[in-house]
Design a protein around this ligand. Structure first.
Ligand code: CO8
Length: 257
């Protein structure tokens, strides 16, 4: 695998995936997008990985699409490659994905954040969609997922003016799950990902799929979908184990079945 993306698999099933082009603030070159696409697809079906943790090497998470690589791209090339300036495959991952964000997460970098499930941010992180300042616009869901994440008016303020949110405003708006001191970011993100990884993987996948149905289906379809998934979990050995562990006042040991 190309070193544009580094993977560290932890014993608890957390797969730490690091965007590894710090000299360009992890800008999403075609090479990096391809490496990230291949990596997340492999990890989503790998028995060794339970939860993905997405990080950026160096001081920043990701400065978005690689502007230098995009500059000379023809429309025909972009259409042929389905180019979005970002990694669409991340949004298709069925396992939980946690983001650990420090420094800038802008443009396609902010779109990566929007594709993740839980976002842990350093108190110094900065989020934004500067595409408008480049005379272009988000191509990988920014105009779709951001309004769903933080509401229409805040999202359009960002998208139409290009202004950034500091970590505190992003947390208040709902783009960030938790804030932490910059020097504690990795430990905090690993702890959150590790806690998620300790639970039953089939149940985690059902919870994630059910939560995302909120965005794709009206409530009258989403509620029965959730109920059917809930009923399925009752047949899982892990549900019996979790409830027995509660009854017996001991820690549950899930076996993904
Ligand atoms: N692409 C390419 N190179 C970049 C990028 C980028 N997005 N961001 C930073 N770099 C490079 C810089 O050119 C610089 O390289 P060098 O050392 O060779 O000069 C190096 O990284 C360090 O960057 P800076 O010196 O600029 O670092 P600062 O700390 O001064 O500034 C910023 C940090 C504010 C993040 C600044 O780098 C910046 O504004 N970057 C651009 C951010 C941006 O506009 N991103 C959006 C890109 S567009 C997008 O993501 C979606 C497009 C979807 C289109 C879909 C079409 C179909």
């Amino acid at each position: 695998m190309d070193d544009a993306v580094a993977v560290q698999l932890h014993a608890n099933g957390v797969a730490e995936v690091t965007l590894n082009r710090p000299s360009s603030l992890n800008a999403l070159s075609p090479e990096l997008i391809e490496a990230l696409t291949v990596t997340v697809r492999q990890l989503d079906v790998s028995d060794a990985a339970r939860v993905l943790l997405l990080c950026g090497a160096g001081k920043h998470f990701c400065a978005g699409a690689n502007i230098k690589a995009m500059l000379d791209m023809s429309v025909a090339e972009a259409v042929r490659a389905g180019f979005t300036g970002c990694c669409h495959a991340l949004a298709q991952v069925e396992k939980p994905v946690v983001a650990a964000v420090q420094g800038y997460a802008v443009g396609g970098g902010c779109e990566l954040v929007e594709m993740c499930d839980v976002v842990i941010a350093a108190s110094t992180a900065v989020f934004g969609h500067p595409e408008i300042t480049l005379g272009t616009m988000p191509g990988a869901g920014g105009s779709q997922r951001l309004p769903r994440a933080i509401g229409k008016h805040k999202a359009l303020d960002m998208l139409l003016t290009g202004r950034t949110l500091d970590a505190q405003e992003a947390e208040r708006a709902g783009l960030v799950s938790r804030l932490c001191p910059p020097d504690g970011l990795r430990d905090e993100a690993l702890a959150v990902a590790g806690r998620i990884a300790s639970y039953s993987l089939p149940v985690l996948k059902l919870v994630k799929a059910s939560a995302y149905a909120t965005f794709n289906t009206p409530l009258e379809h989403g509620l029965p979908l959730e109920r059917a998934s809930f009923h399925r979990t009752l047949s899982f050995a892990d549900a019996r184990e979790g409830m027995e562990a509660f009854r017996d006042k001991r820690t549950a040991h899930f076996r993904d079945c």
